[in-house]
Design a binder for this molecule. Structure first.
Ligand SMILES: Cc1cc2nc3c(=O)[nH]c(=O)nc-3n(C[C@H](O)[C@H](O)[C@H](O)COP(=O)(O)OP(=O)(O)OC[C@H]3O[C@@H](n4cnc5c(N)ncnc54)[C@H](O)[C@@H]3O)c2cc1C
Length: 389
């Protein structure tokens, strides 16, 4: 007879859900069910692109600690599957004069936790990375461990490893009903009716849609960001090893990665794009963002062009852009994971933490910054809503 009862059920198998299923499967002998409403890799997932950066260059120590844990977790997965998912190509952070981003905060945090970096001015950086046009007023931090992660390989490897450790992952499982009954969670889906004592929600852009089952609503914004891909006459100059990942720390913020998975160089403006107010829909590129990115690229990377294509995808932003990993308010054993903005690089570390929480253990790093009732989120307090019919 088909199995219906599991120690843990994970809803949503993007990066966070798949990483959690992998961690739980290893620790529970595979007593975990993962349910994905769509196919396992699809255009509405937050990682719908060739790569995502991974970066230690954060302004706060907690984020650096989290990325360090993520590096360890990605390395564990790489060892388990004997392949390379994270490419350490180095990272440049550019601080133009008068930038609102704090160079001092980043320097101090990196120094305090013993992460190596070099500081130079724009002219020195340009001599080393000749692809950039910079002037002396720009301060540059180089962090050699920064890199990129192959997204689709990483996602399918997390899912494959979860299955190899015994997890059952079902795609195209649309949730019809979700309710609590005597301490257990009943999940009624198009793929069957399942029961668990522990539920983990990792539904990305559909977080609030799922939280309605608990009468909750969080102050999240779902935006459609986009990566813009550019051609170059000498694309070899922009390959990993010659060209780093980089972030222009100003308002607006831009970021880019070397050639990976596509015959072009990706550049994006961070944290902007049309907001999705309900449901998911197919994307149209945002021409305003495309135009701003192009103008910026003409100044910073004049060897790039013309534009090749745009890769829009959804990001779920919390008010302070940090993840949420916490108990669902009012629930004994339901847990929530929301990416915040940079959820891909953190995913396997947060997956381990969620597995710890679900199993009643203490995660290896301090989770206070990721609580659902932290000030930045609480100011826009989770509101009780009428549960969905
Ligand atoms: C342009 C851009 C740049 C980015 N840059 C970075 C970066 O530099 N570094 C970084 O780390 N991250 C970055 N990100 C963010 C990162 O890609 C996402 O944070 C991450 O992929 C989100 O993973 P997730 O698992 O939370 O969500 P998703 O990948 O969206 O997964 C959620 C899954 O849950 C499923 N689902 C939803 N509801 C249900 C339900 N009721 N039942 C079953 N399944 C359900 C969905 O179908 C989906 O597959 C960027 C994102 C974009 C768009």
């Amino acid at each position: 007879m088909e199995r219906r009862q599991y120690q843990t059920i994970v809803l949503g198998l993007g990066a966070l859900g798949s990483a959690t299923a992998w961690a739980l499967a290893r620790r529970t002998g595979g007593d975990v069910l993962g349910l994905e409403q769509s196919e396992l890799s699809h255009v509405h997932a937050g990682a719908h692109d060739h790569s995502r950066p991974i970066s230690l260059a954060h302004d706060d120590i907690n984020s650096i600690t989290l990325v360090r844990a993520a590096y360890r977790a990605w390395a564990r997965l790489e060892t388990e599957r004997d392949l390379r998912l994270v490419h350490r190509v180095g990272e440049l952070s550019f601080f133009p004069e008068g930038s609102p981003a704090s160079l001092e905060a980043q320097r101090e945090s990196l120094t305090q936790v013993g992460v190596s970096f070099e500081q130079m001015d724009g002219s020195a950086a340009m001599r080393r990375w000749t692809q950039f046009r910079l002037d002396e007023s720009v301060t540059v931090l180089h962090q050699p461990d920064g890199g990129l992660i192959s997204t689709s390989a990483a996602l399918s490897t997390l899912q494959r490893s979860a299955r190899q450790h015994g997890a059952r992952l079902i795609e195209h499982a649309v949730i019809h009903d979700l309710h609590v009954r005597e301490g257990a969670y009943d999940v009624v889906t198009s793929a069957g009716h399942f029961t668990t004592g522990c539920l983990i929600l990792a539904p990305g852009a559909l977080t609030n849609a799922l939280l309605r089952s608990f009468g909750l609503f969080l102050p999240l914004r779902v935006i459609q960001q986009q990566g813009v891909y550019f051609a170059a006459e000498h694309l070899s100059q922009f390959m990993p090893g010659r060209f780093p990942v980089w972030r222009w720390r100003d308002n607006p913020t831009f970021a880019g990665v070397p050639v990976h998975g596509a015959p072009g160089v990706r550049v994006g403006q961070e944290g902007v794009g049309p907001e999705l107010t309900h449901g998911l829909r197919l994307f149209e590129p945002d021409l305003g963002v495309q135009h701003r990115v192009s103008r910026f690229v003409q100044r910073l990377l004049p060897q790039l062009g013309p534009q090749l294509f745009c890769r829009p995808c959804l990001t779920t932003l919390t008010p302070d852009l940090l993840p949420i990993v916490d108990r669902v308010p009012g629930q004994a054993n339901a847990w929530l994971a929301v990416d915040g903005a940079y959820g891909f690089e953190f995913a396997p570390a947060l997956g381990e933490a969620l597995a710890d929480l679900a199993l009643g253990l203490t995660p290896e790093f301090d989770m206070t910054s990721y609580r659902v009732d932290r000030v930045a989120v609480r100011e826009l307090q989770p509101a009780r809503r009428t549960p969905a019919p």
